[in-house]
Design a protein around this ligand. Structure first.
Ligand code: 3HC
Length: 342
């Protein structure tokens, strides 16, 4: 994947954030206003930038996926924030606070990336709050014990990394660049989860049992994060043809299983699937069938915590109205006085 520069030049200054800035790469000029240019850019494995002509369906697909991704990041703050005040030590509390703040930051990078496509952030949030846009199924499961924080870091952030590293090569430049930063931070998150579970697993019998119980509850929902199976995934074929998705849902799910089985062994914990076995012929682990009925139910709003998550999100949004008003008033004042115009 290369970054090609349009005749309009580089775009970072236009968007005032990192996500609009093409990195070093192919510097060939390209004409705007030419519908064939989009196809050619994809064929050349170049990135599409915000000012390039793009089919409306490509733009819409990106807004849908990036918005869902952004919503997942901010809703994903809730299950872990639930444990900040009950973390077992000051060190754990500081780490968890930093992690939850990182997730808010990921949401901001992603909303900024969606804005480069002409989406309006307030409108995207309205769509989330009214249930017209989705967020990841995984955040509708409860965090019952401290070990769940470890399981989320290890499994949920681990799955997120497997899903998102290929997105660093997504055909849309601002999304791909946002993902580079997100993935670096997710790696830290995954390690902190692994470390929590490692400590518990090598602690008392009760602590080990708590770690095992958390893994038992989070394993299958983590596999569901990759989406429906390939033959039941309406968006995959087109998204892959456009270079938005680089691998199919099932391919990434398999990669996650392959990566996680040896890590579970290192932790001294088991994965709750008796069908996991190395398959020499395939060069992969076989694993049991995922219950996709559960995934579709959770997506529909019938998961254990959907109502709670949405109620909390709406309340937080309403509580934050005065901050948004103050920030807008401040920005208007700055603009009036010419500060920051440069
Ligand atoms: N949860 C909720 N909705 C899901 C889902 C899931 N686990 N998996 C699929 N869906 C939705 C899709 O969004 C799509 O919705 P639509 O009605 O708007 O079309 C529908 O189910 C059909 O699925 P498809 O496979 O056809 O959809 P996609 O091609 O978009 O693939 C995806 C789904 C793999 C999740 C893809 O959108 C993707 O890679 N998204 C970016 C990553 C992302 O959003 N991750 C969410 C987790 S974020 C996170 O983990 C934060 C970290 O801090 C832990």
């Amino acid at each position: 994947m290369r970054d090609c520069v349009t005749s309009a030049g580089t775009l970072g200054s236009v968007y005032g954030n990192d996500f609009g800035t093409p990195q070093e790469g192919d510097q060939r000029p390209r004409e705007s206003g030419d519908p064939a240019a989009f196809t050619q850019l994809l064929a050349d494995d170049c990135r599409i930038e915000p000012r390039d002509d793009m089919p409306e369906a490509y733009r819409k697909t990106l807004v849908r996926q990036i918005a869902q991704h952004a919503h997942s990041e901010i809703i994903g703050m809730q299950p872990e924030a639930n444990w900040i005040s009950r973390a077992p030590s000051l060190r754990r509390k500081a780490i968890l606070m930093a992690k939850v703040q990182d997730e808010a930051g990921h949401g901001l990078y992603l909303y900024a990336a969606a804005e480069t496509l002409g989406a309006d952030r307030a409108d995207l949030l309205d769509q989330l709050h009214s249930g017209r846009q989705k967020y990841s199924s995984i955040f509708n499961y409860p965090t019952l014990t401290w070990a769940d924080v470890g399981a989320i870091g290890w499994l949920v952030d681990g799955a997120a990394i497997v899903n998102q590293v290929p997105l660093c090569r997504c055909s849309y430049g601002p999304y791909a660049r946002a993902m580079v930063r997100v993935c670096k931070e997710e790696s830290f998150h995954q390690r902190q989860g692994f470390e929590i579970l490692h400590t518990l697993s090598h602690g008392t019998a009760a602590q080990k049992a708590m770690a095992q119980d958390a893994v038992n509850r989070y394993w299958w929902p983590s596999l569901m994060m990759f989406g429906p199976p390939d033959d039941d995934s309406p968006n995959s074929a087109q998204s892959m043809a456009w270079g938005i998705k680089r691998f199919s849902n099932d391919a990434l799910r398999q990669r996650f299983v392959d990566m996680t089985v040896p890590q579970a062994e290192a932790l001294g914990l088991t994965l709750p699937d008796p069908e996991i076995v190395w398959n020499d012929e395939r060069g992969h682990y076989d694993f049991g069938e995922v219950d996709f009925t559960e995934l579709f139910e959770v997506i529909k709003g019938n998961g254990p915590c959907n109502a709670q998550r949405m109620a909390h999100r709406r309340e937080a949004h309403e509580d934050g109205a005065w901050v948004r008003e103050a920030a807008s008033a401040y920005a208007a004042k700055q603009a009036e006085s010419g500060v920051g115009a440069a």
